[in-house]
Design a protein around this ligand. Sequence first.
Ligand SMILES: CC(=O)CC(=O)SCCNC(=O)CCNC(=O)[C@H](O)C(C)(C)COP(=O)(O)OP(=O)(O)OC[C@H]1O[C@@H](n2cnc3c(N)ncnc32)[C@H](O)[C@@H]1OP(=O)(O)O
Ligand SMILES: NC(=O)C1=CN([C@@H]2O[C@H](COP(=O)(O)OP(=O)(O)OC[C@H]3O[C@@H](n4cnc5c(N)ncnc54)[C@H](O)[C@@H]3O)[C@@H](O)[C@H]2O)C=CC1
Length: 313
Amino acid sequence: MFSRIAVRNFSKSAIMANAIKNVTVIGSGLMGGGVAQTFTFRLAAQTGHNVVMVDVDDGVLSKAHERISTSMKRVAKKKFGDSQEEANKFVSDSLSRLTTSTDSTASVKNADLVVEAIVENIDIKQKLFKQLDEAAPEHTIFASNTSSLSIQKIAQNVKRKDRFGGLHFFNPVPVMKLLEVIRIPETSQATIDSMLAWGKAMGKVTVQCKDTPGFIVNRLLVPYQGEALRMYERGDASIKDIDTAMKLGTGYPMGPFELSDYVGLDTLLFIIEGWAKDYPDEPLFKVPESLRKLVSEGKLGVKSGEGFYKYNK
Ligand SMILES: CC(=O)CC(=O)SCCNC(=O)CCNC(=O)[C@H](O)C(C)(C)COP(=O)(O)OP(=O)(O)OC[C@H]1O[C@@H](n2cnc3c(N)ncnc32)[C@H](O)[C@@H]1OP(=O)(O)O
Ligand SMILES: NC(=O)C1=CN([C@@H]2O[C@H](COP(=O)(O)OP(=O)(O)OC[C@H]3O[C@@H](n4cnc5c(N)ncnc54)[C@H](O)[C@@H]3O)[C@@H](O)[C@H]2O)C=CC1
């Protein structure tokens, strides 16, 4: 009985995921590159899908493509250890379904799903989606990977609000199993079902959430990171000891300072500043001064070579 239900559920999601043949990922930095990598890897097993990876910066696109290609070769070597021929075929078949573009509007002309992962700026996201709304076919589903902005605000200038939602991935995307699926009041059930099915087809475990600040994970995680910074600022414990305590005391893979460096201190500051502005009475959204100082000094974490810790670039 259980297995019959499972089979029925699987085939329902497989059918819905199958309706999505062409996916466009806009923004190919840390997150978009990871999203495109995940989609390309999964698509290799499901013929007929195509991924377009878009960025305004040609250099970012070539780097992302190179990273995907290197990872793909590594995976192929593991998968087809003794057959170089099969490994090469796997890599070339997969990469033949991945194209790159610097033209956002042209890239959505055949898209069934668009995942936006551009800079965390409401004006730029709104402007992009307005252009995409005019260029994409009527059935295309739009999703934002925003960490902290309101999906409703991002969708403000878009007519297809019933085909708009959030698909929030986690860093590093190919490794982290979770995908948050976010609805706005106008999002249709068919859109949510397609997004859930797509997430599952991409190997993710999905959870659903309303369009509230930080959705599930960041609403809990960002205040925790803020509290760790305030604990350090008060002099209650050192950065290293707080990280050690949370790793060994709770089993987290990274302590709050390591994780902040990993996510990017500029990204973290941007999230907290935005919420502090919108919710001035919420003490958990207060901006920690030590965070502001590091960002003003250009110390952004792993990506800049220094944050709370130093890294070899
Ligand atoms: C800000 C937001 O909006 C939301 C967010 O993203 S919040 C941040 C969420 N992310 C986290 O909390 C990450 C916490 N950290 C971790 O889970 C782990 O430390 C980690 C997965 C990053 C690294 O784990 P680790 O075991 O120390 O790393 P490592 O042994 O190097 O790698 C494990 C595997 O992951 C792979 N991997 C690691 N980083 C990767 C990346 N960036 N891309 C692709 N693969 C990666 C490695 O290749 C390795 O694969 P194999 O086992 O096939 O060789
Ligand atoms: N950094 C993180 O850990 C996470 C970030 N996010 C969200 O993902 C989104 C992207 O973040 P990151 O990848 O970290 O940023 P990033 O800075 O690494 O990448 C953003 C990319 O978007 C490109 N871009 C900017 N404007 C564009 C436009 N109009 N059209 C096409 N490309 C454009 C930039 O050239 C850059 O390559 C943000 O909304 C962020 O909040 C979500 C989960 C985790």
